[in-house]
Design a protein around this ligand. Structure first.
Ligand code: FAD
Length: 418
């Protein structure tokens, strides 16, 4: 099988990329989606809070995805659902399998990676204790409760106070469970402030910062967990143990970009994001392969996923119509010590548009502060913020004309308390 443009993943990133590429004139677009239908993780996020930036209204996850799925109906974009991409070669050949056609090879003129991310599990954080039933990742529990119609437990402890942990604390409470505690290893929550208020405080669920689960009890089913305070090096402090009698432990301990295919293709990955390194137009290190959404960086807001994916879609269309961008002057973007990552990692000066968006996350919470873009000793631009937190992705705009004024090929993005 052949396709001008193949998109792996039919979540919000894949959908928006397909629509943007179609608008830019590509007619032969194929979306490969391993699930029964498109929509990605949004299909199980039945809470509201989606679309405030993009549509200017508050939608649920399925409503947000539904808008993009509806837009696809007016296009020639084909969707192959129930189809798993197993392998990707640098020559842009995708190996897939599904129940109807079996094994297939798809030769694509350009590829967009939009596979999203996956959850870290108990094994990834090595919690001691028994291997009883009743330990779920928060996303798996969300799928059971919101899509499959199964309740996961009655007395629940949640480890991890990122957005998924917070949202599932509220969801299980609304479904009749008692959520005894939300436990967070770090001294701050990595979730959005609105979610801490609306999902924990409004329901009286205690948040234990600088704590972790140090033991799990129970033979067949979980019977309880031990929670201990941790020191500044995140080591449990003896004598601080609290016992919670619960039947369920939910783990919301981080997301990792789904990058098996990127690795197989030999795409350069950034160890800070765990996603592909990208240029200013979302192209990866292999020409003609683009990436967007959670496979590149874990986003907190889907609105920015859609925006990033539109850029990838337009860029893939341009590649198909005009070929590769000239390398020319290459500028690298890196972060200062309080910045956990910056994106894009590389900027092709000659090919960049008049302005590009840079995104990054901070490592710790900041009050009144400044974001500074520096090239050597020269300050290119600075931006004020009243608050920044690790849970919230930050973005600033870099105008091209600022780069005319510097000769170096490295830009550093720093944050400083005002
Ligand atoms: C619990 C939770 C709550 C959230 N709450 C909010 C919120 O309130 N507001 C907000 O704006 N955002 C929220 N988000 C974030 C938002 O949902 C994500 O940022 C967004 O879904 C990411 O889109 P994506 O397309 O990159 O990834 P996904 O939605 O994960 O889609 C990836 C798709 O790729 C498919 N795929 C993966 N690998 C393959 C393969 N090999 N072959 C074929 N298909 C494949 C998957 O099946 C999936 O459909 C939340 C996320 C979660 C998990």
């Amino acid at each position: 099988m052949k396709a001008q443009l193949a998109i792996i993943g039919g979540g919000p990133a894949g959908l928006a990329a397909a629509i943007a590429a179609h608008e830019a004139g590509v007619r032969d677009i194929l979306i490969l989606e391993r699930d029964r239908e498109c929509g990605g993780i949004l299909n199980q996020c039945i809470h509201n809070g989606f679309g405030l930036h993009y549509f200017g209204e508050e939608l649920t996850g399925p409503e947000y995805a539904g808008r993009f799925i509806d837009m696809l109906k007016d296009t020639s974009v084909r969707v192959l659902s129930d189809t798993m991409a197993l392998d990707l070669t640098p020559e842009r050949v995708i190996h897939t399998v599904n129940t109807a056609e079996g094994y297939m090879q798809i030769e694509a003129g350009a590829v967009i990676l939009a596979m999203g991310c996956r959850e870290r599990t108990r094994g990834a954080i090595s919690i001691p204790g028994t291997r009883a039933a009743g330990i779920f990742t928060a996303g798996a529990a969300q799928r059971y409760v919101n899509i499959e119609g199964y309740m996961v437990g009655k007395r629940v402890v949640v480890l991890g106070s990122g957005d998924i942990g917070l949202i599932m604390s509220r969801r299980l409470t609304l479904e009749g469970a008692e959520v005894l505690a939300c436990v967070e290893l770090m001294p701050y929550s990595s979730g959005l402030t609105r979610n801490i208020v609306q999902c924990l405080e409004d329901f009286g669920i205690p948040l234990y910062l600088s704590h972790t689960v140090t033991d799990i009890r129970g033979k067949n089913r979980v019977e309880g967990v031990t929670v201990s305070r941790v020191d500044e090096n995140r080591r449990p402090i003896p004598g601080t143990e609290m016992i919670f009698d619960c039947d369920t432990l939910l783990l919301s301990v981080g997301l990792i970009p789904e990058n098996e295919l990127s690795k197989q293709a030999g795409i350069i990955l950034d160890p800070r994001t765990n996603g592909p390194e990208v240029y200013e137009n979302m192209e990866c290190s292999i020409p003609g392969i683009f990436a967007c959404g959670n496979v590149v960086q874990v986003h907190d807001l889907v609105d920015f996923v859609s925006e990033e994916a539109q850029l990838a879609g337009r860029s893939a269309a341009e590649f198909l119509q005009k070929g590769s961008k000239p390398a020319g002057r290459l500028i690298t973007l890196t972060g200062g010590s309080d910045v956990s990552y910056t994106l894009p990692q590389k900027i092709r000066f000659d090919a960049m548009p008049d302005r590009i968006k840079l995104s990054f996350r901070v490592r710790r919470s900041f009050g009144e502060s400044k974001i500074i873009l520096r090239a050597g000793d020269a300050i290119l631009a600075s931006f004020k913020r009243s608050h920044m937190a690790p849970g919230e992705m930050e973005r600033v705009t870099l105008p091209k004309k600022l780069l005319n004024e510097v000769s170096g090929n490295e830009i550093i993005l720093e944050v400083k308390e005002a």
